[in-house]
Write a protein that binds this ligand. Structure first.
Ligand SMILES: Nc1nc2c(ncn2[C@@H]2O[C@H](COP(=O)(O)OP(=O)(O)OP(=O)(O)O)[C@@H](O)[C@H]2O)c(=O)[nH]1
Ligand SMILES: [Mg+2]
Length: 458
């Protein structure tokens, strides 16, 4: 049942998008936690810089556990417990879909509307903020919607023959090459082929590659064991797919996967998004080297291409023509020294500019790029000998804050790999009792919140 309050409230649906390990779950946890723990009386609040908070108009926020009865709720409590426990840890990787809604109570800003509202005694209002979290692997399926089985197959087979993938794909490729695509379909063979292909995707994932399709093969969630996952790309496809052949059967499964899995997922959870934040993990990709970096860039480029708006676009029906604001955030910015955070932002901006070849994104919405740390795990300091900026943080096993030099962020895209000296340390969240009650320290989170929901809280 909708209450009157529900009817009068504004609802904003925020999409938090990003490849696997980009920082989605940490972002959602920090955003919610800092809103829920907002305390206007403390000087040190992590929300300082968030306009409604600074203006004293943020009344408070609550989670609404009754908002999505049929979708698992985002494990907010579990994530906060992990981050603020005795030995703090990052939350676990996401294995399925979840949603959550927070109702944010605020006082209206001065202005015409506010004066009218005040006449009816409505000086306060509620913003319903709805957020969805899902495994980043599933995002990579989006570009599959624009392909048919034959072209997808040849792209995937070519990809599997490149670089370090060739070795990882050997067993699967040998297996599927041994049977002509025109041969009769055989479900047992299909199961084996899909299993070998899944092993190959897992091996790529271990090798830090990100352009891995289909994403459900890595994290099937409720589709574990389902027959729709019993296919894979096939080499040497002829022009014809005789009825009853392997080729025809796999093509059918591919179409089922497109419609019943990918399209259904994006329709259910992405249609109607009002705002979108795309998290980009530029730093670990840099650390993982050229092949991983190029692989991430290629995945992102193809995803961006699918975001295209407009009538004839692949996803016009989906990425609601409503999305008016998209923020690209380079995450984990606490992994670079203060003087380099702007460079991280610039490198990410340049990368997106190069990837967004057709200006899909640029012409579609109000775009911004920022560097972000959702939960800051380092502190800035300087070396005592030469005064150079360094970080204080804890790697796994460190029992005290340790001075570490991450090296420099390259200024160019693509980076000059020969000259790169950036190093990503595996910083753990700090044991700070203040985090549980006062919120998480961040970098740029208040500004990012201004961009995403500031206007809606006026
Ligand atoms: N230092 C630091 N590390 C972060 C931050 N955000 C994320 N990380 C690191 O990145 C890892 C992945 O973050 P998640 O939020 O789980 O990433 P995700 O996008 O939800 O990943 P999937 O669920 O696998 O799709 C974490 O385990 C941390 O190691 C941050 O703000 N600061
Ligand atoms: Mg996650």
């Amino acid at each position: 049942m909708k209450t009157l309050e529900d009817l009068l409230s504004r609802r904003i649906y925020l999409g938090v998008t990003g490849l696997s390990r980009a920082g989605k779950t940490v972002f959602v946890t920090s955003l919610l936690h800092n809103l829920l723990r907002a305390d206007p009386t403390t000087e040190e609040s992590p929300l300082r810089g968030f306009d409604p908070f600074d203006e004293g108009r943020l009344v408070g926020a609550v989670l609404r556990h009754d908002a999505n009865a049929t979708v698992p709720e985002f494990p907010y409590r579990k994530a906060v417990d992990a981050l603020t426990g005795e030995s703090p840890q990052w939350p676990e990787p996401t294995r399925g879909i979840s949603r959550i809604r927070a109702d944010i109570r605020f006082k209206r800003a001065e202005g015409l509307g506010a004066n009218a509202a005040a006449q009816f005694g409505m000086t306060e209002a509620t913003l319903q903020l709805e957020i969805v979290d899902y495994p980043g692997e599933w995002l990579v399926d989006l570009p599959m919607l624009g392909q048919d089985f034959d072209s997808w197959s040849s792209t995937m087979v070519a990809q599997a023959q490149r670089g370090s993938r060739a070795e990882l794909a050997r067993e699967w490729l040998a297996f599927v090459s041994a049977r002509a695509p025109g041969a009769d379909h055989d479900e047992e063979w299909a199961e084996q082929a899909a299993a070998l292909y899944t092993d190959y995707l897992h091996a790529c994932n271990e090798a830090r590659l990100r352009y891995l399709q289909p994403g459900r093969f890595l994290h099937p969630a409720d589709l574990k064991g389902a027959s729709v996952l019993r296919f894979c790309p096939l080499p040497n496809l002829g022009a014809k797919a005789p009825p009853g052949s392997l080729h025809a059967a796999f093509r059918g499964k591919f179409q089922d996967y497109q419609n019943k899995v990918v399209r259904a997922f994006f329709r259910k959870h992405f249609a109607g998004l009002d705002r979108q934040i795309v998290l980009v993990d530029t730093l670990t990709a840099l650390n993982d080297g050229q092949e991983a970096f190029d692989d991430m860039s290629e995945a992102l480029a193809n995803i961006l291409e699918s975001f295209r708006h407009g009538k004839n676009s692949l996803l016009g029906w989906l990425m609601g023509r409503r999305i008016s604001r998209v923020l690209f955030a380079a995450t984990k910015a606490d992994h670079v020294i203060r003087g380099d955070r702007l460079h991280l932002e610039n490198l990410t901006r340049r990368m997106l500019h190069v990837l967004d070849e057709k200006n899909t994104i640029k012409t579609a919405a109000d775009i911004d790029v920022a560097s972000l740390a959702s939960v800051r795990a380092t502190r800035d300091t300087r070396r005592t000998d030469n005064g150079r900026e360094i970080l204080l943080g804890r790697r796994p096993g460190d029992i005290e804050d340790t001075p570490l030099e991450p090296g420099a962020i390259p200024l160019d895209f693509p980076p000059d790999w020969g000259a790169l000296n950036y190093r990503y340390w595996d910083f753990q969240p700090l044991p700070d009792p203040g985090w549980r009650h006062g919120g998480f320290p961040t970098l740029r989170m208040p500004e990012i919140m201004n961009f995403l929901i500031g206007e809606d809280l006026r």
